[in-house]
Design a binder for this molecule. Structure first.
Ligand code: AHM
Ligand code: MG
Length: 332
């Protein structure tokens, strides 16, 4: 079998017509992320043996308890991206404010990331991941939080790495979605799925059912019809899967279809969902749309949301086009 490594893929894409958005600088940035993700993967793989498990005893800006690995992964990515020489600033789930790279305010890219998504799964040996979103540097002077407040449609690249039974890197530059598998011995990612494609129909859904009593009526109606199965309105049985790592749940959707939902609910009307727009919902929505799927919050296409805050939250419904459209229609 002839193998295409990530380096070869990026090199070819840099020169190819129709891939105008893959500049050599963007390629350098993806190389930096690829390298650091291999170190994170190694630490995750060793688990308790590498001393990275457990709770750090601190909280992030959102009041969530930080795990040791959240902080370790965050620091590793900050260092790698700053050293890449092509990044002007970074923002992360684990940082209160953005982190400009000193002396690099003119560099072409800004990166937002969730260093270790699915934190509750770290200590129990279940798949977790790193999610990233790359934006152009608006070059309006110094880098501050405002520089990052661009809608998802402005992303020039997005992706994630899932640390599961295999470590996989899934990438888009706005021209389809490619998936790579880490060859640990060779120390490089190898192209294993050149074009991910989400089927428009599905029989699989992912939602945290324990929140059912808090949902708004459109979500109640939609999930009730899925649960009704063959004899109900939909005339088919649906299966449920919930890993509780967005990165792993979305990876399943990209691999074989499905709908993933984290709706806003009645508990706190001022909290529009749990997941974060800039470094969870936007990159995943870009990937899902590039693979032929759809992505909405409760009212609109997620990629069209104009952000007003770095850590803002939104509702998320993404995956197989027909199912996402159906539940979106119930909301509209
Ligand atoms: P995290 O970024 O702190 O790990 O939180 C986000 C995670 C998502 O990966 C996942 O979809 C969701 O939170 C799980 O929520 P729940 O605990 O309700 O199952
Ligand atoms: Mg997360």
């Amino acid at each position: 079998m002839s193998m295409i490594t990530l380096s070869q893929y990026l090199k070819a894409a840099e020169g190819a017509a129709g891939h105008g958005r893959i500049t050599p600088e963007l390629s350098t940035l993806i190389h930096a992320l690829s390298g650091v993700s291999q170190h994170i993967s190694a630490a995750v793989h060793k688990g308790a043996l590498s001393g990275v498990l457990g709770t750090a005893g601190t909280e992030n800006v959102q009041g969530e308890t930080q795990k040791n690995l959240d902080i370790i992964a965050n620091d590793m990515i900050l260092v790698a991206l700053a050293a890449s020489g092509v990044v002007a600033g970074m923002a992360s789930e684990e940082l209160d404010d953005c982190s400009p790279v000193p002396g690099h305010a003119d560099k072409p890219y800004l990166v937002l990331f969730d260093p270790l998504d699915g934190s509750s799964n770290i200590d129990v040996n279940v798949s977790i991941g790193t999610i990233f979103s790359v934006l152009p540097n608006p070059r309006t002077g110094d880098i501050n939080n405002h520089s990052f407040l661009q809608p998802g449609t402005a992303q020039v690249a997005a992706g994630y790495v899932v640390y599961g039974p295999q470590t996989s890197l899934v990438l888009t530059f706005g021209n389809g979605v490619a998936a790579f598998t880490l060859d640990r011995e060779a120390g490089e990612y190898v192209l294993t799925t050149p074009a991910m494609d989400i089927p428009a129909d599905t029989k699989e859904f992912a939602i945290n059912m324990s929140n059912q009593r808090h949902w708004y009526p459109p979500v109640q109606k939609y999930i009730a019809e899925l649960l009704a199965g063959k004899t109900g309105e939909r005339g088919k049985d649906f299966n449920m899967r919930w890993i509780a790592s967005m990165v792993a749940d979305v990876h399943r959707v990209l691999t074989r279809g499905g709908i993933f939902m984290y709706p806003k609910d009645l508990r706190d009307p001022n909290k529009p969902g749990k997941l974060r727009l800039m470094y969870e919902a936007n990159p995943m929505s870009f990937l899902v749309e590039q693979a032929g799927g759809k992505s909405f919050d409760a009212a609109q296409r997620i990629l069209d949301i104009q952000p007003t805050e770095l850590h803002q939250r939104c509702a998320v419904m993404l995956g197989s086009a027909h199912e996402v459209q159906r539940v979106a229609d119930y909301h509209l």
